[in-house]
Design a binder for this molecule. Sequence first.
Ligand code: NDP
Ligand code: A1CAB
Length: 269
Amino acid sequence: MGKTIILVGCGNMGYAMLKGWLAAGKLKAGEIAVVEPNETLRSRAVSHGIHAAAAPEELEASTADLVVFAVKPQMIRDVVPAYRRFMPDATFLSVAAGTSIATFEDILGTDAAIIRCMPNTPAAIGEGVMVLFANARVRPEAREFVSDLLSANGAVATVEDEALMDAVTAVSGSGPAYLFHFIECLMAAGEEAGLPAETARLLAMQTIYGAAALAKTSGEDPARLREQVTSPGGTTAAALSVLMGEDRLKSLMREAVAAAKKRSIELGA
Ligand SMILES: NC(=O)C1=CN([C@@H]2O[C@H](COP(=O)(O)OP(=O)(O)OC[C@H]3O[C@@H](n4cnc5c(N)ncnc54)[C@H](OP(=O)(O)O)[C@@H]3O)[C@@H](O)[C@H]2O)C=CC1
Ligand SMILES: O=C(O)[C@@H]1CCC=N1
């Protein structure tokens, strides 16, 4: 690839993205440096042959093509100024929830090339979804480079209106946690119905995986796939009357997504 990338923050999300890049062979270990104060997390990056610094002053690179911020939104104003020195060559990519392009322009100046990205953790295995919004300073070659890099993490999508990033965060950024909790609930219910723990785990996991794969690949509407499982007067109908009666699950999802969207807006305030 021949580019220099600096990953600032190698926690849950930063490392998930890094793993996807390395697994897909998008970059060699020597093309990326990590800045991460946590020693255990630095060692994890070093185990991939990556140079990991505790602070930006310790970085070996004097230039960078891409600086990726994967630190908490509350830290952005403290962390970002140290990377101003990589302008004007660098493009800045932030995955921080809620944090607007305007906030970055306020810190770095309006001539900074900034891309907001809302990723999710399946990015680690190339099954994430990476939603982008860029400011007008990002050159087409830089957009292309970033899209290609992030394609190692999964599907890459864009939004034309930055305000949509809060809804994106609520659906796909946080979304994996909803599904992990669904798996937890299905496992627990399976055990309560009499299954051994290991069997409940296997059945819950494979059912979610298989259903998601079928929904994605069949081209059928999810409602149609649901109907194909639901025999009139059968077991699924009995369960769905619990989930769908009075729109129970739909209302819960609506509330959950609205709460996440509201929090995303608050984080950006
Ligand atoms: N987790 C997820 O699924 C998703 C997260 N995001 C976004 O990703 C960002 C990171 O979240 P997440 O990975 O979960 O958080 P983590 O806390 O797991 O990772 C952030 C890392 O940044 C480190 N850090 C703190 N200060 C600095 C610094 N000055 N320079 C470099 N690194 C620093 C933290 O170290 P320490 O803990 O010691 O402070 C921590 O290891 C957030 O903005 C979040 O909104 C977006 C989409 C999904
Ligand atoms: O919980 C959070 O705030 C981050 C953003 C999306 C997923 N995790």
